[in-house]
Write a protein that binds this ligand. Structure first.
Ligand code: BGC
Length: 817
């Protein structure tokens, strides 16, 4: 036992759990307990709004003062507040368990006897948290005797069962009991409850969706809700919904199928080497609503309220390039509530050779709180580009283009994919190209090489020639600069600092011109270690001012920190609801406000880049990191990601949407090849990133570990240069996920590792180099210079390195006072 463990074992953890937590997370227990003012309220509100109510028969919920509640399941105390891994691991000042939230609510009567039994059990059998990648999937339940259940049923008229599952990084959920399926102990408890109680409410304290086919076996289950993992205020948020202080308005962001094998990716998911995305664009409801309507338990967008709403069409106008849709939602019941108004498109395109899903989400908004009879009219603008299909191979005569095909486009509004009213339609007489793109990620090596060479940065003249001692072969012939030495300052010339650029006394180009090769290479990598001495304790590493010489030139160390559910530091920070719960609010405005608040904390801890949001598509319900991500739908994902990015960036720091792209599974995540046809890639897996870039202009983006069509994302010229930068106009910095695989360019033999990455437009290797770490964490990478030697055919050019540095320095400049 180490000192921390022995100290903790001496304590009564129920009284000193804060201290225990502080010690296990390496926090200084005497540290000031920083809390962002106003955060707790916003957090509670967002958490409650993410709860999705799926069943509420006999008006079981909200509970009334006449209800006496027997609460079962250890997760009432050992609540899962977040998932495991870099998207969790946050140390908040407190975490409100579901039981605590319910007990503190004056409107809920929780049976104290049963609660004490669980408290005792939990104390005597504390859950084991495991280690990285080997965390628990669930916590084994306390066995309760039939007698205990029956006695509880005498004292209480309703049972509540909190059923928990943990999700985590670097591993998948499993098609096993205790993960996707119920354990025998859980089934047994359900049997017992079903016999003893007339009314059971199930609260799913989970990060991922799970099998729900067992519901039909238990007729006494009257209410069911996904309460997800809602961060530090979780217990209060759950109590708010149970007691009716908050009228639930969360909606599913994924389809719940009857059986795992109904998911179209079921047979092509989880291979450690190669996964062919055979289902193409038919992901989630795009598949179910088109081809398998009868295999759905709860459809996409589904979620109940304590109120009833009516959605009505108002109007539809198709202007050149744009459709304006108006619809309204009205509250028909006494109880004030919010509804999620969604707009879907159905296209009837006779003779089309591009199959489309029957319904696609094209707009959504969360209504304000509506009182009885109150109506909320809403406007939606949908561009022709948004509703176009991508013709990768030219089957319509328009290769590599988004096209609006001739036919009829009908729009519907409603509050879930199966409860829709028609708003109107327009007819497109001729097929038109709405955006011409170029073939990407699927070309042959030769074609790609030619394309890359024709586009190498031409800034050489702007940067003018420059000789570097370490950069043999990079002389561009400008004799006047030959006196420049390795440290970059010309004889008799004043060495420029980045401060001179900031103050407007020098141009960024001039600053870059005087950088040595070593400095340029250093700008293309992080410092090396995580928890850098240059940032708040527990940070994820720095880039920018990683070396003495760069810092002497006033290049600031840029501090990064995980992650999507709050800053993962060795300090007290706010633990936010998981991504899926945030998206389940369907309230992008609220999500924006939450992250705007979070930005105050980001400033407090002097973090420059928050490594969030996680925004990969829920291709399969078993993906271990789905909890961090938003949805099976790219449109919802794109909007939510944009809201997070705008919030984070509202005070100047940067978000870092991740993982670009197709990090749809954790199995073999740093080797796996996601094989995706180009249409699917663009319409599903890249679309959310495209929206996020277009709407919110993130200043940093993180690539994924995996390969996309054979090429690692961190070497993927087409993903980064052709699509992200050229096609979408992205201006920011691109970094790798933490470390990258070694690799040699098939297009340019001789170009490898960091040089290969820089050519692909991936600016920074994070958190730094592993290969040359044994030479000391601050050592630069000598291999890059070798890839610039004249004998390397089509070797890396100085202009490429300088352009790379420019992306990094532009962000550094923004972070300077
Ligand atoms: C994860 C990233 C995370 C990074 C730094 C990686 O393992 O995939 O999402 O930001 O670590 O912790």
């Amino acid at each position: 036992m180490n000192t921390v463990e022995s100290k903790i074992s001496e304590m009564d953890t129920s009284e000193t759990s804060d201290l225990a937590q502080a010690l296990t997370h390496g926090l200084d227990p005497s540290e000031e307990k920083y809390e962002t003012e106003g955060m707790a309220d916003l957090l509670r509100k967002s958490a409650a709004e993410g709860i999705v109510l799926l069943e509420n028969r006999d008006q079981t919920l909200p509970f009334t003062k006449e209800d006496y509640l027997a609460v079962f399941g250890r997760c009432q105390i050992d609540t899962f507040f977040v998932g495991y891994g870099s998207g969790g691991d946050v140390s908040p000042v407190h975490k409100i368990s579901i039981l605590q939230g319910m007990e503190e609510d004056p409107d809920l009567h929780v049976d104290p006897e049963l609660a004490d039994l669980y408290r005792k059990f939990s104390k005597e059998n504390p859950p084991e948290e495991g280690s990285w990648g080997n965390w628990p999937y669930y916590y084994p339940e306390m066995e309760v005797t039939d007698e205990t259940v029956q006695k509880a049923a005498k004292r209480c008229n309703k049972a509540v069962y909190i059923l928990g599952r943990a999700a985590g990084e670097d591993r998948e959920n499993r098609l096993e009991e205790g993960s996707y399926y119920l354990t025998r102990a859980e089934e047994h408890l359900l049997d017992q409850l079903n016999q003893a109680f007339d009314s059971i409410t199930i609260l799913l304290n989970v990060g991922n969706i799970m099998d729900l086919s067992w519901l039909k076996k238990y007729p006494k289950i009257k209410a069911l809700a996904f309460v997800w993992q809602l961060g530090q205020e979780m217990g209060y948020a759950v109590a708010d919904v149970l007691s009716g202080k908050v009228n639930p308005s969360g909606r599913l962001t994924d389809t719940i199928a009857c059986d795992y094998h109904d998911y179209p990716s079921a047979d092509s998911f989880g291979d450690p080497v190669r996964n062919e995305y055979k289902e193409g664009i038919f992901v989630g409801y795009r598949h179910f609503e088109t081809r398998a309507r009868d295999r759905v338990l709860y459809p996409f967008g589904y979620g109940l309220s304590y109120s009833n709403f009516e959605v009505s069409p108002i109007s539809l106008h198709h202007y050149p390039g744009l459709t304006e849709i108006r619809a309204s939602v009205k509250n028909l019941s006494k109880c004030p509530g919010k509804d999620a108004l969604m707009v879907y498109l159905s296209a009837d395109l006779p003779g089309s050779r591009l199959k489309r899903p029957d319904l696609v989400l094209v707009g959504f908004v969360k209504s304000p709180l509506l009182s009885e009879g109150e109506e909320d009219p809403e406007n939606f603008m949908v561009s022709d580009y948004q509703i176009s299909s991508y013709d990768a191979d030219g089957v319509t005569g328009h290769p590599s283009a988004y096209i609006l095909e001739k036919g009829t486009y009908t729009f519907y509004a409603g509050d879930q994919v199966r409860n829709l009213v028609e708003i109107g339609s327009f007819t497109q007489k001729e097929t038109v190209v709405t955006k011409q793109c170029e073939k990407a990620t699927t070309e042959s090596t030769r074609e790609l090489a030619a394309r890359i060479l024709s586009r190498l940065p031409q800034e050489l003249s702007a940067f003018s020639g420059k000789v570097f001692e370490t950069g043999k072969g990079t002389d561009t012939g400008n004799e006047t600069d030959k006196s420049v030495n390795e440290s970059g300052s010309g004889k008799g010339e004043k060495s420029l600092t980045l401060k001179d650029v900031k103050s407007g006394e020098a141009s960024l180009e001039d600053f870059i011109r005087q950088l040595s090769l070593e400095e340029l290479v250093d700008l293309s990598r992080g410092e090396g270690p995580m928890d850098s001495e240059w940032g708040s304790k527990g940070n994820t590493g720095i880039f920018g001012g990683v070396s003495e010489s760069l810092r002497a030139k006033k290049v600031p160390p840029i501090v990064t920190s995980d992650g999507p559910s709050g800053l993962r530091l060795k300090h007290y920070t706010t633990l936010l609801p998981i991504g899926t719960a945030l998206a389940s609010t369907w309230n992008d405005r609220l999500v924006y406000e939450l992250f705007k608040k979070e930005a105050e904390e980001i400033d407090h801890y002097k973090i420059d880049v928050m490594l969030a949001p996680g925004m990969n598509i829920h291709r399969n319900p078993l993906c271990g990191r789905n909890f961090e991500y938003f949805s099976e739908d790219p449109f919802l994902t794109g909007w939510m990601a944009a809201a997070v990015v705008e919030g984070i960036q509202s005070r100047g720091a940067s978000a870092c949407p991740k993982h670009f792209a197709c990090n749809s599974q954790e199995t073999g995540r740093n080797k796996e090849d996601s094989v995706v046809d180009e249409r699917t890639l663009r319409e599903i897996y890249l679309k959310a990133f495209e929206m996020c870039v277009g709407i919110a202009s993130p200043k940093n983006i993180m690539t994924s570990y995996n390969r996309v069509n054979g090429v690692y994302s961190h070497y993927n010229y087409d993903l980064v240069e052709t699509i992200l930068r050229k096609e979408w106009g992205y201006k920011g910095n691109v970094m790798t996920d933490w470390w990258m695989q070694p690799g040699e360019s098939p297009e340019f033999p001789g170009l490898k590792n960091n040089a290969y990455r820089i050519r692909a437009g991936v600016n920074v290797l994070m958190p730094g180099g592993r290969d040359y770490m044994d030479q000391g964490p601050h050592h630069s990478d000598p291999e890059v210079a070798k890839c610039m030697e004249p004998e390397v055919p089509d070797g890396l050019t100085l202009a490429e390195l300088q352009t790379n540095a420019k992306h990094v320095l532009e962000f550094c400049l923004e972070r300077m006072e």
